[in-house]
Write a protein that binds this ligand. Structure first.
Ligand code: HEC
Ligand code: HEC
Ligand code: HEC
Length: 160
């Protein structure tokens, strides 16, 4: 799921450039999420803990809105691509959102063998498990064999 919180957070500059200081628990217990208007101030306060200086400077120079609801602009909710009946909070914190309405209805994509991904299986933790190590190659090979549907037609085991 491409909009999964952990997957998206790992792509955020806030995570990549804060020396491991941005964790799930910096903002909330991932299994008990405080929600709604009443909690907005709490989340926005967490942004400010790291960004007050840059924020104040940008507001003073007219480069940034004085609006205090950081999350509404930088972490809006979005309909997911693969489970189209749900909406998730985009944990990729970025400057500008992509255009269009992120909550707009989407057509359901029916899974079929014709549309299935048949590419190479790629390790997710590519930094920890550098693709150059023998261990990484072994894991990738095992995953590739397990995910038979990913193999090109000609390579498929006839017993499958
Ligand atoms: C633990 C500290 C920390 C927290 C908490 C944090 N950030 Fe950041 N954020 C950073 C760092 C570090 C950068 C990278 C700054 C740089 O590139 O110089 C960054 C970058 C950004 C950027 C620029 C992103 C880009 O792609 O250029 C935005 C926008 C931003 N943060 C907004 C927020 C908002 C909104 C929140 C709260 C939801 C938040 N941050 C929470 C540390 C944090
Ligand atoms: C910078 C703050 C921040 C960090 C860090 C953060 N979250 Fe969130 N998270 C939020 C906000 C804001 C919401 C939306 C709350 C609401 O609905 O009012 C949310 C909502 C959620 C939800 C509820 C479903 C949804 O998408 O709305 C889950 C699950 C979740 N976060 C998991 C995680 C996990 C797992 C991590 C760590 C990988 C994480 N979060 C890190 C701010 C954060
Ligand atoms: C109305 C929408 C909106 C709100 C509310 C908002 N921002 Fe932003 N923010 C933006 C936009 C748009 C940019 C990109 C500006 C640009 O690239 O010129 C930005 C840029 C940033 C940056 C990057 C600045 C830089 O120069 O690197 C940070 C950090 C940031 N915002 C933090 C925050 C924090 C913290 C809050 C809440 C206190 C907040 N923002 C509230 C829209 C918003």
């Amino acid at each position: 799921m491409r909009l999964h919180a952990a997957y998206r957070q790992r792509e955020s500059q806030c995570f990549l450039k804060s020396d491991g200081k941005l964790r799930c628990t910096t903002c909330h217990d991932p299994h008990n999420i405080p929600r709604g208007e009443a909690t907005a101030a709490r989340y926005n306060g967490i942004c400010s803990a790291c960004h007050t200086a840059v924020f104040n400077r940008a507001v003073a120079s007219g480069a940034h809105t004085a609006g205090a609801n950081c999350v509404s602009c930088h972490m809006p909710k979005r309909r997911t691509d693969d489970a189209v009946h749900m909406v998730m909070t985009n944990h990729l914190i970025r400057r500008r959102q992509l255009g269009g309405n992120p909550l707009m209805d989407k057509a359901e994509a029916r899974e079929s063998s014709a549309a299935a991904y048949r590419g190479e299986v790629v390790p997710y933790y590519s930094v920890k498990l550098s693709a150059t190590t023998a261990e990484a190659s072994l894991y990738a090979a095992v995953a590739q064999v397990r995910e038979r549907s990913n193999l090109k037609e000609g390579c498929r085991d006839s017993r499958a």
